[in-house]
Design a protein around this ligand. Structure first.
Ligand SMILES: Cc1ncc(COP(=O)(O)O)c(C=O)c1O
Length: 365
């Protein structure tokens, strides 16, 4: 089977480095919020060219804590896309604010500008962009828009580790960028982990307080925080894997180039390719097909695993029934959800696997 992810075939050299990092933590006798977390925070902030980073428990809480650090909560609205992992929307709800769901641009599956404009109200405090599938696009436009409207530009970078637009990294364009290091992400831990990057010391410090039960110093809790601490083992593994991130992203981009050049079937629609190579790190390679389920079944029969990101847009989820949406509706998010299919695009994929995926898709009738 050609799988969507295959960690068992990662390079032995990486495995050895991870084992050394794990042993180092075990021997240190310190397991939560210690030197490994501080080291990882420094390294990730530097990698992304921001001044600060706060490691947290997962990507969803990175967003929630980021919003709370800006005092965005009850009575405030945050506009985001309906075509995202549900965690993006839940994080806004958990912060006490109201998500407002906007539609996507079908060429890219990213947030649509006109739709966001229709969602604005005097209560809008931020636009939370999701760099879906690994793409960072049109940042100039979003920066200017948010500046004009005097609202925060926030980035959900859970799928875009290492994506670069105009020499700037995902997460460094707005007030903060939130990352998930769920194991399958381009930079993944061996369990749950997340982080928030920012150029504001105040925001980073507030997130560090909030992630640890609102602790300012031992036995002193300034506000009702979460337990969203990053542990030393995950931080040490992430520090090791940062050194492999660019290599792995290049391989993903190489596979995507082959798919873009060679998938040739009138039944398959490709999303718009990136303007600059580094601006898409292909966490996922997504195509559309009117007969998506039949295509997925056909590929599975030929030994190719696929997944769907996402079959149900957020506004159709039970937990989002009462949320405000674009008054024009979300037709593009719905049609994308009905047709999208993610193909294997992970760094360990062999060239003959890639060739097989292409040949099989081209045979689909
Ligand atoms: C776009 C997006 N946002 C947020 C998250 C949430 O991250 P986590 O699972 O680490 O909470 C994910 C992860 O699935 C994601 O893909």
């Amino acid at each position: 089977m050609i799988r969507m992810n295959d960690f068992t075939s990662e390079p032995d050299e990486l495995r050895r480095e991870e084992l050394v990092a794990i042993e180092h933590v075990l021997r240190s006798g310190w397991f939560i919020l210690g030197n490994e977390v501080r080291q990882f925070e420094r390294t990730w902030a530097k990698f992304c060219s921001t001044k600060f980073c706060a490691g947290v428990g997962n990507g969803m809480e990175a967003i929630e804590l980021g919003l709370r650090a800006l005092d965005i909560g009850p009575g405030d609205e945050v506009i985001t896309t309906s075509m995202t992992a549900i965690a993006t929307v839940l994080a806004i709800i958990h912060a006490g604010a109201s998500p407002v769901l906007a539609d996507i641009n079908l060429a890219t599956a990213l947030l649509d500008f006109a739709s966001v404009e229709r969602c604005l109200t005097p209560r809008t405090k931020a636009v939370l962009l999701v760099h879906l599938y690994g793409q960072v696009r049109e940042m100039e436009r979003w920066i200017t828009f948010c500046k004009d409207k005097k609202i925060h530009l926030l980035e959900d970078c859970a799928q875009a580790h290492g994506a670069v637009w105009n020499r700037q990294h995902a997460g460094a364009f707005g007030t903060w960028g939130a990352f998930s290091f769920y194991p399958t992400k381009n930079l993944g831990a061996k369990g749950d982990a997340g982080a928030l990057i920012t150029n504001s010391e105040k925001i980073a410090e507030r997130v560090k307080t909030l992630r640890n039960c609102g602790t300012v110093k031992r036995y002193e809790h300034s506000e009702a925080g979460l337990n969203s601490r990053l542990d030393e083992l995950q931080a040490a593994i992430l520090s090791t894997r940062i050194n492999w991130l660019e290599r792995f992203n290049w391989r993903r981009q190489d596979i995507a180039r082959k798919y873009l050049a060679k998938i040739d079937n009138a039944r398959i629609e490709l999303l718009s390719p990136p303007n600059a190579e580094q601006s898409h790190v292909y966490h996922l390679f997504v195509v559309r097909c009117a007969e998506r389920d039949r295509l997925a079944h056909f590929l599975e029969e030929q030994g190719i695993e696929t997944l769907i990101h996402y079959p149900v847009p957020a506004h159709r989820q039970g937990c989002c029934q009462n949320l405000r949406c674009d008054p024009h509706g979300l037709p593009s998010a719905e049609s994308h959800a009905n047709q999208c299919l993610s193909l294997p695009c992970h760094p360990q994929l062999h060239d003959d696997d890639v060739a097989k995926v292409i040949a099989t898709i081209n045979q689909f009738e």
